[in-house]
Design a protein around this ligand. Structure first.
Ligand code: GLN
Length: 537
């Protein structure tokens, strides 16, 4: 029988429920259990790909092409849980499904209501992950307890334990225990109220996990236990991660959350084996060198907008025993005259993906600096498109080239809609998800992967125009990867440069601390060599 863990949050948003859920998943997997994870978000959006990264953070893409919330990135980085479109639901998606059924007459004249119809749909989403080979399903409920829009989800998870039995379900509530400087005290009242709210709905949490800046005293923990009606040992302190998010599982382990979960759910499993994770933490805590990477993109103002890129760079750092320092550069703020100064001191330059026409010239001038000054360069998606444009304009003497994304009537479109089907549908169709990608033997990138047949995740609409392929290649740019039938250009590299690689796909989505992505590992290695060279020079 699959067991279920529900994670809710209270007091404030952005408490790190995603990280806590992912950490719990990771701890359970380290005991040999098989875990599946999902997030149920109370907002109404149906198409998460339309949500602005500058407002909501990164759109995380799964193998199956679903565009999801960035918390799913944490799930994939911390666990091996297989994520699919079943791992990401919103109120909007649930209602769409339900309304479609209703219009097809599935409810046979009944009055369709939030309870039981919407809650039944929600329970169905949860049940769907509970396959025979899954020991534990972890379901994170987005939003904050007390919000009107979370109510159907909370009601559904309450009902769920009635159906599968209390012994098969467990509720973890994450709250904030704020520190009041003036009083020099941690305050437990918001936590008491938040759990009170949850209990009113009929959910008695099994654990209260407390995010705090300061150590929770025994008195505070006893107070929370008493008022929230949980045993003392089930009040778990989660101190703000000092140095890295990858410390979170250790904090939970220290407070025995994993063994208490295993005990409560009656799970048969091994002791946690965290040797590999511990090794990563040791490297994170004791780097032997440092490297500065400039991340240039349309949305760098919000730290979360390129979440997976920063994480993947960190993973590359860990693999090289190096600490990565980030310089986040918003492309529309790059003054073309001043770009050199903005990028001064960067050992590597990464030009990230993005949509629309803002800040394009800034991205292109960042590529130019990287190319001319021989600074290691990694271009991702829009970053690759800009790399091609920069090369054509400044090296191949084709000053007019552009992309139809930012100049609809561009007469020399080096980047445009290539696929006939997508062309017919206008720019609305995005190429999404994992696709077989062929690396050309003998290229630098093939050497880095140590393979030629790979699969990477895509999320874009425009392509490099094959009409200019020969000109690019004759001019010294190497097409280093294509799609399976060789028709789409998926990577470029410049042999005349120490490390210049640009890819149409998003390698950051497949990097994990325990399995860092080879491109990021090699990019950081090249940036370290650059940094050494600069010191010597
Ligand atoms: N805007 C570009 C396209 O649609 C690049 C997309 C991206 O960087 N994710 O092709």
């Amino acid at each position: 029988m699959t067991k279920h863990i529900f994670v809710t949050g209270g007091v404030v948003s952005s408490l790190g429920k995603g990280l806590t859920s992912a950490s719990i998943g990771m701890l359970l997997e380290s005991r040999g259990l098989s875990v599946r994870m999902q997030k149920l978000d109370p907002y109404l959006n149906v198409n998460l790909g339309m949500m602005s990264p500058a407002q909501h953070g990164e759109v995380y893409v799964l193998d199956d092409g679903s565009e999801t919330d960035l918390d799913l990135g944490h799930y994939e980085r911390f666990t091996q849980s297989r994520l699919t479109r079943d791992s990401s639901w919103t109120t909007g998606k649930i209602y769409s499904k339900l309304l479609k059924k209703e219009s097809q007459g599935a409810y046979f004249g009944q009055t369709v209501q939030v309870i039981p119809h919407v809650t039944n749909e929600i329970k169905e989403c949860i049940r769907r992950l509970a396959s025979d080979d899954t020991d534990v399903v972890i379901t994170e409920i987005g939003g904050t307890v007390g919000d009107i829009e979370s109510l159907p989800f909370l009601e559904a998870i309450r009902q769920f334990s009635l159906e599968v039995g209390k012994e098969n379900c467990l509720y973890i509530h994450l709250t904030l225990v704020p520190y009041l400087k003036a009083a020099r005290e941690l305050k437990t009242k918001p936590t008491q109220h938040s759990v009170g709210n949850l209990r009113q709905i009929g959910i008695q949490p099994d654990f209260v996990v407390c995010r705090t800046e300061q150590t929770l005293s025994e008195d505070d923990a006893r107070k929370i236990a008493l008022f929230c009606n949980v045993p003392f040992e089930c009040v778990i302190e989660e101190r703000d991660a000092q140095s890295s998010i990858y410390e979170v599982p250790m904090t939970l382990l220290e407070h025995r959350l994993d063994s208490l979960i295993v005990q409560k759910l009656g799970l048969k499993c091994n002791q946690a084996d965290l040797t590999e994770w511990q090794e990563i933490l040791n490297r994170l805590r004791n780097p032997s060198q440092e490297v500065t990477i400039a991340v240039v993109g349309n949305y760098t103002r919000l730290k979360d907008a390129y979440k997976s890129i920063y994480e993947a760079l960190d993973h590359g750092g860990v693999a090289n025993h190096a600490q990565v320092r980030f310089r986040r550069i918003q492309s529309d703020s790059i003054d073309r005259e001043d770009v050199q100064r903005t990028l001064e001191g960067a050992d590597g330059i990464l030009v990230a993906g993005g949509f629309g026409e803002d800040g394009i010239e800034g991205l292109i001038s960042a590529v130019k600096i990287a190319r001319e000054r021989q600074i290691p360069f990694l271009g991702i998606c829009l970053g690759m498109q800009c790399a091609a444009i920069e090369y054509a304009r400044n090296v191949l003497n084709m000053p007019e080239v552009g992309s139809t994304e930012f100049d609809r009537h561009c007469e020399t479109p080096l980047v445009c809609l290539m696929d006939e089907e997508r062309k017919a549908a206008g720019e609305e169709v995005t190429r999404l998800g994992s696709k077989p990608t062929v690396l050309i033997p003998g290229t630098k990138i093939a050497g880095i992967y140590g393979a030629t047949d790979i699969a990477e995740r895509y999320r874009h609409r425009y392509e490099l125009n094959n009409a200019y392929r020969e000109q690019l290649e004759n001019g010294g740019m190497v097409v280093a990867a294509t799609n399976a039938d060789g028709k789409l250009i998926e990577a470029l590299e410049l042999p005349s440069h120490p490390w210049f690689i640009a890819v149409q796909y998003h390698p950051q989505f497949k990097s994990r601390p325990v399995a860092p992505h080879p491109l990021f590992v090699d990019f950081i290695k090249a940036a370290l060599a650059q940094s050494d060279g600069a010191k010597r020079g």
